[in-house]
Design a protein around this ligand. Structure first.
Ligand SMILES: Cc1cc2nc3c(=O)[nH]c(=O)nc-3n(C[C@H](O)[C@H](O)[C@H](O)COP(=O)(O)OP(=O)(O)OC[C@H]3O[C@@H](n4cnc5c(N)ncnc54)[C@H](O)[C@@H]3O)c2cc1C
Length: 386
């Protein structure tokens, strides 16, 4: 379901997270773009992110999307102060997961991605700190890495500004203005801003801004991170990874600490949560990591935090005009804990919906009408299970 492709000169984007900044960068080439944020750049989920980039894994069923996202991080590397840290990733598998993991690795390798399945002894020969007695092996990705999410987003902002976009921060959008079935602007606390199109990229608050009767199938959920300092700093070869059965993922920090993420659960009232990490998640990590990685027996707790992202029924974002939306209204939300790595598709997808310019990948995965038969209170699926 696309917004019509008539010319839309002024586009207002609500939200200066990674989604809004990417949309701004792409649209500013040939539109007047104004980005409004109630606080600042990367102020919510984006700034709290672990910044892991692994599109080949999470878009294994959509190789053109994975290729586009992988390519973007490499092309953008070095622009506007942004840098992409390349690092291999191991997705650790139990005996019962091994056969499916081998099939996945074979399929991705045949598609041309640098992916292979290795048994546990091959993994521990290469990465000696891991204790994989309980596991059969791992899928190794050699096209993964991470970004600092704040610097990445400010680099996107700077690229968008260079193309003429304006960013007005500390400005809350209180409502959309709709005339005769067309979006004609937004209301803020102090003024009405006219627009030919509006892109709402407001994270979990996106639903609140939609006109009555217009819905997107997203629900908020909480997700957490803990950083541990090992006895000795991790080497510069230490990989990223995930242990699906434990619902945790990890990546090294530049200083040799280890960031561990997980502890996801759906919530109904996001405004009532703090950014403090749950004690129960912290204790789970304190139990698991010293068993799994050598050198963490006396690890120090450095930091921990929690953020709120939005889940969709199939773990993929919704970048489209919702059903029954006024003409000229798009949303970009539902990033399911993968919004940094998926962000490169936001700009081209928004562009296609507004102008008809098609990118090198199909945007059908991000269409709003794919959920027609899904109930509003859908079951939350964690991307740890994908
Ligand atoms: C702890 C944690 C770890 C994560 N790790 C990873 C990872 O390793 N890799 C990965 O790819 N992804 C990760 N993610 C997910 C990723 O951070 C999100 O999917 C992504 O940042 C979502 O971006 P967004 O722009 O949609 O939303 P947000 O970053 O939440 O931005 C929405 C913006 O809209 C603004 N806004 C809201 N309402 C209004 C309004 N009414 N008026 C004006 N402005 C408004 C907010 O202030 C906010 O700045 C993680 C997330 C968390 C919380």
């Amino acid at each position: 379901m696309c917004a019509s492709t008539k010319e839309r000169d002024h586009v207002v984007i609500v939200g200066a997270g990674v989604a809004g900044c990417h949309a701004a960068r792409n649209l500013a080439v040939d539109h007047e773009v104004t980005v409004l944020d109630r606080s600042g750049i990367a102020a919510e989920a984006t700034g709290l992110s672990a910044g892991i980039v692994a599109p080949t894994l999470f878009y294994s069923d959509a190789p053109a999307v994975a290729r586009y996202a992988n390519g973007f991080f490499r092309e953008f590397d070095g622009s506007h102060g942004f840098s992409f840290t390349k690092r291999d990733r191991i997705d650790v598998m139990t005996e019962s997961e091994a056969a499916e993991a081998q099939d996945l690795a074979t399929r991705l390798s045949e598609e041309g991605f640098p992916v292979a399945y290795r048994d546990s002894s091959a993994i521990t020969e290469r990465y000696q700190q891991f204790n994989l007695e309980e596991f059969a092996g791992a899928v190794v990705y050699e096209d993964t890495g991470w970004v600092d999410p704040y610097t990445y987003t400010t680099a996107l902002q700077s690229a968008a500004r260079e193309r003429g976009a304006t960013f007005n921060l500390d400005v809350e959008v209180t409502d959309l203005v709709v005339d005769d079935g067309d979006v004609s602007g937004v209301e803020t606390e102090s003024e009405t801003i006219d627009a030919d199109a509006v892109v709402v990229a407001a994270g979990w608050r996106t639903s609140r801004l939609l006109p009555d009767g217009v819905e997107v199938q997203i629900r908020p959920y909480r997700t957490q991170v803990v950083v541990l300092e090992p006895g000795e700093p991790l080497s510069t070869e230490f990989p990223l990874g995930r242990v699906g059965t434990e619902h945790v993922y990890f990546r090294p920090e530049h200083n040799g600490d280890l960031l561990i993420g997980g502890g996801h659960y759906p919530i109904d009232d996001p405004a009532s949560y703090t950014t403090d990490v749950d004690e129960s998640f912290r204790l789970d990590i304190a139990d698991f990591i010293p068993e799994f990685v050598d050198g963490f027996e006396k690890a120090g707790f450095v930091n921990g935090w929690a953020g709120i992202d939005t889940a969709s029924p199939d773990t993929r974002p919704i970048i489209d005009a919702p059903r029954d939306a006024p003409d000229g209204l798009l949303v970009a939300t539902g990033f399911n804990g993968l919004g940094i790595m998926t962000s490169p598709v936001v700009g081209p997808t928004v562009r296609e919906r507004l102008t008809g310019d098609s990118p090198s990948f199909s945007t059908d995965l991000f269409a709003a009408d794919r959920f027609e038969d899904v109930p509003e209170s859908f079951e939350y699926v964690s991307t740890s299970d994908v």
